[in-house]
Design a protein around this ligand. Structure first.
Ligand code: SAM
Length: 345
């Protein structure tokens, strides 16, 4: 039954899926738990700026995530910045693993990490209840990789982490690779082999205008079409069926069925119509789209003493206003004021 909210409107928060005004069910929450990062990937950060936003306490993330889960979220992905820099991350995962969805099931718990600190944390995270990891890796050649991350020894650390994650059962291990023309697009075929040799799912992501600097141009984006054509020339690909409508990646396997690659094409083939995501930034702002021009201050309400019911109403109303789509490449497109590292990718 609807209850009265503090705003005087009937509460929209009952046990039914969280939806937006475009009819999309929102079940995927990405939470940045810090905007600090130990890498300075050249396409993401200028190398001059550090962390820019505060972090909530772990118990505050838990309270807010718990409310989202009550409202219908079933997948939570921890990200950053670099989430493994956050003290208390294993404990946070352990607590999140206790939450139950509206159907009484455990959450699908995942993390996106650069992997630098994952080798020793993979097994503890798995024990705590993490289901899967996505490790970001933009080259399979050590020298190129270290030129991108601007951290010596990063390639060896990340490779060891990928193997540790697989051994710990954080599977399927997915690798995110952002391609920039003339910079690391010579790695495409190497990644296809890497997927097969390391038994990981490699996902190429089109570069989006979300960097700290001003690097993005339509020409620098390596499109889905081009990636498929190039890999197909050395290792013929077979497209795989989508598992769910909101799946972001177009998936392919190879002719012998060994190995998988996926391509996430938010620029050349936007999938906004099936978007099921909202984000919570490290400082507790809701972002309903990566490209939102406005943020919604959930933490401000929590700090102001709002009860769970008021926070629920606020989330429901905010999600209702989720943007229909992004406008990358259109005249008048404006980059959001926060870049990817400060939003949580
Ligand atoms: N530090 C973690 C990591 O490296 O995975 C989590 C945060 S990082 C911002 C999340 C993902 O966003 C990484 O895979 C990164 O490559 C990707 N990314 C960063 N800037 C991007 C951009 N402008 N377009 C597309 N992906 C981007």
């Amino acid at each position: 039954m609807a209850t009265a909210s503090l705003s005087g409107f009937p509460s929209l928060a009952s046990h039914r899926p969280l939806t937006d005004s475009h009819g999309r069910a929102i079940h995927d929450l990405r939470v940045s738990i810090t905007d600090r990062c130990n890498y300075k990937c050249v396409y993401c950060r200028t190398g001059e700026a550090g962390a820019q936003y505060p972090e909530l306490r772990i118990d505050e993330y838990l309270r807010l995530i718990g409310i989202f889960v009550d409202l219908g979220i079933t997948k939570v992905r921890l990200t950053g910045g670099e989430p493994l820099l956050r003290h208390g991350v294993v404990k946070l995962v352990e607590e999140l693993a206790q939450l139950r969805t509206q159907r009484g099931e455990a959450l699908d718990l995942a993390m996106t990490t650069n992997g630098h600190l994952l080798e020793s944390l993979a097994a503890p995270l798995k024990r705590a209840g993490l289901n899967r990891v996505t490790v970001s890796m933009d080259a399979v050649d050590a020298a190129t990789f270290e030129r991108i991350t601007r951290v010596q020894g990063s390639y060896a650390a990340v490779l060891a982490s990928i193997r540790a994650a697989r051994a710990a059962g954080l599977t399927p291990v997915k690798i995110n690779c952002v391609l920039l023309r003339g910079f690391n697009d010579d790695q495409i075929e190497g990644f296809a082999r890497f997927a097969r040799e390391e038994d990981v799912v490699v996902r190429f992501i089109e570069f989006m205008p979300l960097e700290e600097g001003r690097l993005w141009s339509p020409e620098i984006v390596v499109t889905l079409k081009e990636i498929v054509e190039r890999i197909g020339r050395v290792l013929p690909l077979v497209e795989m069926p989508a598992r769910e409508a909101s799946e972001t990646a177009r998936r392919y396997t190879f002719e012998d069925g060994r190995g998988e690659i996926g391509i996430i094409a938010p620029v050349s083939q936007a999938f906004c119509g099936a978007c099921s995501r909202v984000r919570l930034t490290s400082d507790g702002k809701i972002r309903t789209c990566l490209f939102s021009q406005v943020e919604h201050d959930l933490y401000g309400r929590l700090r102001g003493g709002a009860g769970d019911e008021e926070l629920r109403d606020y989330i429901v109303r905010t999600v209702q206003g989720k943007e229909a789509r992004h406008h990358i490449g259109e005249p008048g497109f404006l980059k959001p004021s926060r870049s990817m590292v400060h939003i949580g990718g």
